[in-house]
Write a protein that binds this ligand. Structure first.
Ligand SMILES: *Cc1c(COP(=O)(O)O)cnc(C)c1O
Length: 357
């Protein structure tokens, strides 16, 4: 029996016990085939079914219309930082980017290798602790890139910026965590290891009509059109990671879909932020209106107590609560699979820590 650990890690992150159980069964014997999921061919019909069902589940859970394709790729969200401009932006064209965190800044850096980048807003002036509000997205840019949830700093767009151009969104840390109109985006990407599955696969949802418009030659493995054509089987697919994503998507659907997860995620985040605001030991680090439902960032009011709170959490079987090195302090990541009970537990630990001090 596994020890009960409350896992607030930012990614790779918690998945439901059901998904762990089913994934481990498939490692031993996939679909009663007598073979492990780790040793089957990626073109085996049973795996092609998994791929097809996973694709279908993404479309269904996001309510996507038929103009979209769902791809399962390698290389993490970080590869998308350059694969996107490579496919969408010609050398002398301009794309608009929002600079709202380290991952956004990395996306900007990579995109500059392929075209002109117009950074339309930035919150770097305040260590990315808020989301810029008043900025203009130029109509002549090829696309607007945004990061829907800034994992390291704990900010999340509640209302997406207005744009008359295609919108590309890095949803790595809040994909399928809340009900939004996914059809408003032209390309959505996410590394699976936060809210979608385990590390090793990246999901890309793309509207077909934005592709094929650049002049440059694109290496086959980088060309979305080639992946669409080959159903994400251009080369050896990350079979196990796709299988785990499939199990997680199925779990998501069977436990009430995005609608129920949003209700739960809202509850969890309200609980933790109420405690951060009440507790004399801690203070939140982000603008209140921009607070993320996924990653709650906070610091110790007295820096000297930071280490002792981390030790106290460790003693209490709380894992992954240390903030990112660039943000400091603490971060409670509360993805779909994190139960309400874990947040209630963390809140009690924060209260106990306060009364002990
Ligand atoms: C984690 C993260 C990334 C990087 O993902 P990799 O899969 O490690 O490349 C990019 N963007 C956001 C918003 C993230 O949270």
């Amino acid at each position: 029996m596994k020890q009960k650990i409350h896992n607030f890690n930012s990614g790779p992150a918690i998945l439901s016990e059901e998904v762990f159980q089913e994934a481990s069964r498939a490692v031993l014997n996939f679909n009663n085939s007598g073979l492990s999921i780790l040793e089957i061919g990626h073109r085996t019909p049973a795996f092609i079914d998994v791929l097809q069902e996973a694709r279908q589940l993404v479309k269904e859970l996001m309510n996507l219309n038929d103009e979209y394709e769902v791809l399962f790729l390698h290389g993490g969200a970080s590869t998308q930082f350059f694969q996107i401009p490579m496919n969408l932006l010609d050398r002398f064209e301009t794309a608009a980017y929002t600079d709202t965190g380290v991952f956004a800044a990395k996306a900007i850096k990579e995109a500059k290798l392929f075209g002109n980048i117009n950074v339309v807003c930035s919150s770097a002036d305040k260590n990315y602790n808020y989301l810029p509000k008043d900025f203009i997205v130029p109509d002549d840019a090829k696309y607007l890139h945004i990061t829907s949830n800034n994992t390291i700093y704990g900010t999340q767009w509640k209302v997406f910026p207005d744009a008359n151009i295609p919108i590309v969104a890095d949803m790595s840390s809040d994909i399928l965590s809340r009900e939004i109109d996914y059809n408003k985006f032209d390309l959505i990407y996410a590394g699976a290891q936060k809210n979608l599955g385990c590390a090793g696969v990246t999901i890309v949802v793309v509207k077909k009509n934005i592709l094929g418009k650049v002049e440059r030659d694109i290496p086959t493995m980088m060309d979305y059109r080639m992946h669409i054509k080959e159903n994400s089987l251009l080369n050896t697919a990350p079979v196990f990671a796709i299988y785990v994503a499939y199990l997680n998507l199925k779990w998501l659907k069977n436990t009430g879909g995005v609608e129920q997860k949003e209700i739960l995620n809202r509850k969890k985040s309200e609980l933790i932020y109420a405690e951060i605001d009440r507790n004399k030991m801690f203070t939140g680090t982000t603008e209140i209106e921009d607070r993320s439902m996924m990653n709650a960032c906070f610091v110790a009011k007295d820096e000297k107590t930071e280490k002792s709170f981390l030790e106290y959490c460790k003693e209490k079987n709380i894992y992954g609560i240390k903030g990112h090195r660039l943000a400091g302090g603490f971060r409670a990541s509360m993805y779909n699979a994190l139960p309400l009970e874990s947040v209630e537990y963390l809140v009690r630990v924060m209260q106990d820590f306060e009364s002990l001090s």
